[in-house]
Design a protein. Structure first.
Length: 79
């Protein structure tokens, strides 16, 4: 995911914040290589932007609207 801004330093900073994370599991350190960084303060913001876009696209494609659409961060419950 790459953001385009007029300031390349801002773009690089956002990319670093969203992709650079190390974590410890059972005494070993690992680097997360896929997805948005766990624990990053930007992660919930990015998840919210994505899910709002996803909801708009999904509802635009259906013939019948769902009876229920509940969402919490990056999870949905749809009936």
């Amino acid at each position: 995911m790459i953001y385009r801004t007029k300031d390349p330093d801002t773009t690089q900073l956002v990319e670093i914040c969203l992709t650079s994370t190390f974590f410890c599991f059972e005494g070993e350190f690992f680097k997360q290589t896929c997805g948005v960084a766990m624990g990053s303060p930007l992660s919930p913001i990015v998840a919210n932007i994505f899910m709002e876009d996803f909801k708009g696209k999904a509802l635009a494609l259906v013939h019948l609207l769902p009876k229920l659409w509940k969402r919490y961060v990056d999870d949905t419950n749809v009936i």
